[in-house]
Each structure stands twice: as C-alpha cells, then as structure tokens.
Write a protein that binds this ligand. Structure first.
Ligand SMILES: C[S@@+](CC[C@H](N)C(=O)[O-])C[C@H]1O[C@@H](n2cnc3c(N)ncnc32)[C@H](O)[C@@H]1O
Length: 205
C-alpha cells in the first residue's frame, strides 16, 4: 500500500471513530442546537459581516446545520469538511480539505474555523488557504480552546488527553496562534468565552 492509500485509510478510520462518538454522545463533537459558544460565534459573525455575505466554514462537521449557522441566518454559508457524514446538509457543502480548498481566490467575505483549527493536518497551509479565498478586507473567525501558558503547553499532551489526541493534532497558546496567523491577518479582537475557550477575529492583510 502506498503512502497516500495508508493516509487515506487512517483518515477514514479516525473520521469514522469521531462519527461514532458523535452518534453516541452529540455534545462535544459538533455544534448542536443551543451550544453556548456556537451561539456567540453566530452573533459575532452576524455583527461583522453584511447581510447576505458569503462565509466559508472550514471543518463544518456533519450536522445538517451547525448552531452558529442557524444563529447567523442572514449569512450565506458554504461548508467544507473531509467528512461526508450521513445526513443532507441544509447549506452548500463541498467535501474537501482545509489545506487545499476547492474555491477560487477572493471568493468569500468571511472564513470560520469553528473548533476545527486544532483538527486539521497542516494549520499553516489551512491559514494560507483561508487567506487566499478571502476577499480584500475579509474577516477570519477562529473559535477554539487555547492553552493558557507555555508551561501547560509543554505538558498539554499528558494533562489534557481529550484535547490532544488522534483527532486534535494541534494545540495553541494565544501567542503561537497569533504568530502563525500574523503574516496573513491583522488581529482585531479576542472574545473570552471562558479561561480556555476564545473567539478570535482577524482581518485579511
Ligand atoms: C470538532 S469538529 C467541528 C465541526 C463543526 N465546525 C461544528 O462546530 O459543528 C472538527 C471538524 O474538523 C474537520 N476536519 C478535520 N481535519 C480537517 C481538514 N484537514 N480540513 C477541513 N476540516 C477538517 C473534522 O472532520 C470535523 O468535522
């Protein structure tokens, strides 16, 4: 078996595991209705983007419609995710990877990573791609968990086994996230949902 086939087999196994976890316990995997952070993200996106703006959701999951999309009902979402799932999505969906987005340059007003930037294989490439598909002055929204400090970052894997595993390949401190994003985006705002969970808003450079 070649390397690409091996990776695809492993990927499928991991995705099926995640889907199995979601089916057993929907909370904590995808943005189910009423999830507080998802609701706040929906409001933040609505506040920043104009009515009918086009927004790409990278790692949109496998729900018919994540809660943040329902809250931001004035925005036209397109979702991309490697996982096809087993339900029809109630928004435009294209199966694909963050690292190689199947969209033209400058085709969206906003890009959202909703608890997905810690899942992608190569976040540097994902950010470069988000920048490419965003229009001039477009907004990038990143919702996710942040490691509070460098000491905790060094012991992340041991101390937070559910947040650093086969599905969560990356963990960020505020600083490491900002350093990764800085070449492409200006940081505008950080909204604290809890000590660890944040929403960052960036603007395309
Ligand atoms: C925690 S789920 C969040 C899903 C959705 N945003 C929500 O809040 O309901 C993370 C998602 O990232 C997706 N993902 C993993 N690797 C990816 C990649 N390379 N490109 C795009 N999405 C990816 C997973 O398939 C999964 O659906």
């Amino acid at each position: 078996m070649g390397i690409v086939d091996k990776i695809e087999t492993l990927w499928e196994k991991l995705q099926n595991e995640e889907w199995g976890r979601y089916k057993k316990s929907p909370i904590g995997v995808f943005s189910i209705d009423g999830l507080r952070g998802a609701g706040i993200l929906g409001k933040v996106v609505t506040k920043k983007l104009l009515i009918n703006s086009k927004c790409l959701d990278i790692g949109c999951g496998a729900l018919p419609k994540p809660f943040y999309m329902k809250v931001a009902s004035d925005i036209q979402f397109t979702g991309v995710d490697p996982y096809e799932g087993d339900v029809n999505r109630d928004f435009e969906f294209i199966q694909g990877y963050a690292e190689n987005l199947p969209f033209d340059n400058e085709s969206f007003d906003g890009v959202v990573f909703a608890t997905s930037l810690d899942h992608v294989t190569n976040p540097y490439k994902a950010i470069e791609e988000a920048h490419r598909v965003l229009k001039k002055n477009g907004f990038l929204f990143v919702w996710g968990s942040i490691v509070p400090n460098n000491r905790q970052y060094r012991t992340w894997k041991a101390n937070f086994p559910t947040q650093y595993n086969d599905h969560h390949l990356w963990a960020y401190t505020k600083r490491s996230l900002n350093l990764m994003i800085k070449p492409y985006f200006k940081k505008l705002e950080m909204i604290s949902l809890s000590k660890r969970v944040k929403i960052f808003i960036f603007k395309k450079r």
